[in-house]
Design a protein around this ligand. Sequence first.
Ligand code: UT7
Length: 326
Amino acid sequence: MRLATPVAGARILGLGSVQPEQVVTNADLEKRVETDDAWIRSRVGIAERRIADAETSLPDMAIESGKAALKDAGFDPAGLDAVIVATCTMPNPIPNAAAQVATGLGANGVAAFDVNAACAGFCYALGVASDMIRAGSAQHVLVIGAEKLSDWVDWDDRSTCIIFADAAGAALVGPADADDQVGIGPVSWGSAGDLASTIRILGESTNKLHQEGQSVFRWATTAIAPVALDAVERAGLTPADIDVLIPHQANLRIVEAIAKKLRRHGAREDMVVADDIVYSGNTSSASIPMALDHMRAAGRVRSGDVLLLVGFGAGLSYAGQVVVCP
Ligand code: UT7
């Protein structure tokens, strides 16, 4: 038996994201359910979200975001070895999204599979892609987080319909030939299956998303900061080294609680903290790559910045790692 020569590690080479055009404001939702703008802004931090139309599929959004990431890196899709789509909202379990996305990108025939770790999916998939590259199973992997949550939301349930939205975000990952080029740290990941019922699709009669918000909120505000700190330690860094914190955009109060805990452990006051949820809503596996792409476009994240990503959600599942901005 002969193994491929391992490379030092992997790094992100390009980023891209896409959102549907249709904006749904809090005022729009007030017409459908008993809620109000002030409650949504103060309890969740969302001002508006984007919802895809019936003609736009999840693979459509994944392909658009993937094209943007390839363009950003100046990389030809023919050079891809694998496409991983992190998603939990495909309309049916078969076929997966990744194979059609690869074909749609002009990379028909490459390795292609989905990862379902819900809102932690992007960080899971990034960890898998990094290890595939390090071990020599692939050289260039496109990692995409894509969700069409609007298909699964109960638009009469005010506790969930105000939160979730649609989008896709992508990162092209490639080899780092030398130690000082490595741009993706080891993943810190895990699960809490004992809490599986707290976020679930209700039985066949409704097929709609149900969330026990308070239980998930308590879990996210206590269990996730330690995961983020573990990811920092695994990368051989300290919290003070982190320039930008990008947690899954579940709820602005959860994001702020995680940032506060990290600062108590030495993270800098000037650490930039993602708040993409305000105008994007909670887009599950798309939220982290899209927040990063938006922040880079706005000049809030620069090439070479040290970023701490941490995703968490249904499963319950969680994952985080330190990455360097391309
Ligand atoms: O992305 C995957 C991971 N998900 C998360 O991390 C989500 C975690 N959970 C949360 O973000 C929050 O728990 C929610 C945003 C889901 C809910 O916020 P909350 O502050 O925990 O509200 P609550 O569920 O404790 O409800 C408080 C009150 C209730 O009324 P009563 O029983 O006190 O009279 C709700 O019925 O607020 C009511 N309420 C609303 N009121 C106005 C619930 N939804 C709404 C609404 N508008 N949209």
